[in-house]
Design a protein around this ligand. Structure first.
Ligand SMILES: [Zn+2]
Ligand SMILES: [Zn+2]
Length: 254
């Protein structure tokens, strides 16, 4: 079943303008991350390396390592966002006759029997059961759920080995892109740490110079705030903290 046909009833009831707005809003977190990366590029490459650092060797070393990390980070991010999520193969979907019998069944026992016969007839490899011992079945996608498959309410489809739906990549993190997601977190962490470490000495120098400069308190606070904002955004701290958290979780539970 494709992502376009299996839409949730709530989503399908929306009018077309609402649906477009909903789809556009889902890209806002991705836009935020792209904006942070673009700003960090400007602050690190243009402001720091081209205008501030005097040593050619230091400049070249920083720029080469930075661009390698940036390339790896963007590649992993792209793959995480645009890799197709693994949807359930067609043979797990109930054919019309079995669907009729399932939906017209009056008791849970009859429904259970329909599903048991269905998976035996097609030799489907389904071993997980619900808490009540039933075969896992999705009413929205009208299909049997393979093991470790879950329905994503944002994408509106059942997804193989679904971990979670991540708003920062506007995609499910699941069977097909889990590796890219872990790589994206790892490269994001390295990218943040590298920028944070290489800009720290210039950040401290700026503060020391500012403290010894005879300017009024208002201008000093404004400059401090501006420089702090530049340092935090260029070293991508908003990316760094969730990356550490997700990376730890991914390593522990993968
Ligand atoms: Zn489903
Ligand atoms: Zn999803």
């Amino acid at each position: 079943m494709s992502a376009t046909t299996a839409i949730t009833p709530k989503f399908s009831m929306m009018t077309t303008p609402c649906r477009i707005c909903f789809k556009a809003a889902k890209w806002l977190p991705v836009l935020f991350i792209v904006t942070v990366v673009v700003w960090s590029y400007y602050a690190y490459v243009i402001q720091l390396n081209l205008f501030t650092i005097a040593s050619i060797i230091e400049k070249c070393f920083y720029l080469i390592v930075y661009h390698v990390l940036l390339g790896l980070f963007l590649w992993a991010y792209w793959q995480t966002i645009f890799t197709d999520i693994g949807t359930v193969p067609k043979q797990f979907r109930l054919p019309p006759t079995e669907l009729d019998r399932y939906e017209s069944a009056e008791t849970d026992e009859v429904r259970r029997d329909v599903l048991e016969r269905f998976i035996q007839k097609h030799s489907l490899p389904v071993y997980n059961r619900t808490m009540t011992g039933d075969i896992r079945y999705c009413d929205k996608c009208v299909q049997v759920k393979p093991d470790r498959c879950h329905h994503c309410s944002v994408c509106g489809v059942c997804v193989l080995k679904l971990d979670h739906h991540c708003p920062w990549v506007n995609n499910c993190v699941a069977f097909t892109n889990y590796k890219f997601f872990i790589l994206f977190l790892g490269y994001a962490l390295l990218y943040c740490l590298f920028i944070g470490a290489t800009t720290l000495q210039y950040f401290i120098k700026f503060w020391k110079k500012l403290m010894s400069t005879a300017i009024d308190a208002y201008s000093r606070i404004s400059l401090m705030l501006m420089e702090s904002f530049t340092y935090c955004s260029s070293s991508s701290f908003p990316l760094c903290s969730p990356s550490v958290w997700y990376l730890c979780l991914g390593t522990m539970f993968s």
